[in-house]
Design a protein around this ligand. Structure first.
Ligand code: UTP
Length: 301
């Protein structure tokens, strides 16, 4: 069956980004001038996804507004002859995918957020795309997972190696054999293991291709780490009755859900943004020289 649907869970509290996320969704925090969730929707579109369900919650209305038309703004831009900005604004309403919304009443965990998508997904395979992980590669990561699914008809989870001391922040796989380059048979999926107990350094990153059987499991899933319904735990249960593979991502991942990752990503994207790249480059070079001088002086003292 063709993969046509994606779910973007965006109902989390974004506590790593407080106070910015007190009243504003973390998925709307912009990288230069584009909200992170728009990057995700664009990746879905490039991957051939037709229908997207965004799971939202309290304080998340601006996500819906962002993808909706804004007649007042558009009229103003038109009257002032700001054609380029007008087209940019309108293009967000015409991204070429159907967007649907539902709410998760309490942020009870990623697994609980995905369970909200049950009737939207029905009996089809679907992609899950997390709003705070930006992925870059020649072929979008979601498309890579779809290509795997088309061959195996099995759930496939994107992973990549992370520094060993960071494994406790992620879901981690216990790998079995590599059945073909970049496709791993998995013994177990473990949510946020202690560093000394982690079965590998392969972390689950923010893209999943799941078969609909996950919903029956999620419906009975007990709270796991942090008292939340964990998607990783449900995937581990599913792996006991049907094959679940891990797909190794070789592209670049930007974790924009934490302050440092967000700032680094903003700088990198800014350096290729047509309007600001030259000035930003000059600024960074000057700043680097200033910092180097400061470092030298502090070492002399
Ligand atoms: P995260 O754990 O990265 O997001 O979940 P968070 O909970 O918002 O952030 P912190 O850790 O408090 O800073 C990954 C994705 O899953 C969504 C989040 O919105 C995020 O995009 N999520 C998480 C939900 O939709 N519902 C939840 O109950 C938990």
């Amino acid at each position: 069956m063709k993969v046509r649907k994606a779910v973007i869970p965006a109902a989390g509290l974004g506590t790593r980004f407080l106070p910015a996320t007190k009243a504003m969704p973390k998925e709307m925090v912009p990288i230069v001038d584009k909200p992170t969730i728009q990057f995700i929707v664009e990746e879905a579109k490039k991957s051939g996804i037709e229908d997207i369900l965004i799971v939202t919650g309290k304080n998340k209305r601006s996500i819906e507004d962002h993808f909706d038309a804004n007649p007042e703004l558009e009229q103003d831009l038109e009257e002032k002859g700001k054609t380029e900005l007008l087209h940019l604004t309108q293009s967000i309403t015409n991204l070429g995918v159907n967007l649907y919304y539902t709410r998760q009443p309490h942020p009870a965990g990623l697994g609980d957020a995905i369970l909200r998508a049950r009737s939207f997904v029905g009996d089809e395979p679907f992609a899950v795309m997390l709003g705070d992980d930006l992925m870059e590669d020649k072929v979008p990561l979601t498309k890579q997972l779809i290509d795997r699914y088309d061959k195996t008809h099995a759930s496939t989870i994107a992973v990549m190696p992370v520094p060993h001391e960071e494994v406790s922040k992620y879901g981690v796989i216990d790998p079995d054999s590599e059945i073909e380059p970049g496709l791993i048979n998995v013994k177990a999926f473990v949510e946020k293991p202690d560093v000394d107990k982690a079965p590998s350094d392969y972390a689950i990153i923010g893209r999943y291709l799941l078969t609909p059987e996950i919903f029956d499991i999620l419906a009975h899933q007990k709270p796991g780490r942090g008292g939340e319904i964990q998607l990783t735990d449900a995937i581990d249960t599913m792996n006991k009755t049907q094959r679940v593979f891990a797909h190794v991502f070789n592209g670049e991942r930007h974790d924009v859900g934490n302050k440092e990752g967000y700032l680094e990503t903003s700088i990198e994207y800014g350096l290729s943004h047509p309007q600001i790249k030259d000035d930003l480059r000059e600024y960074i070079i000057n700043m680097a020289q200033k910092l180097q001088k400061e470092d030298k002086n502090s070492k002399k003292k």
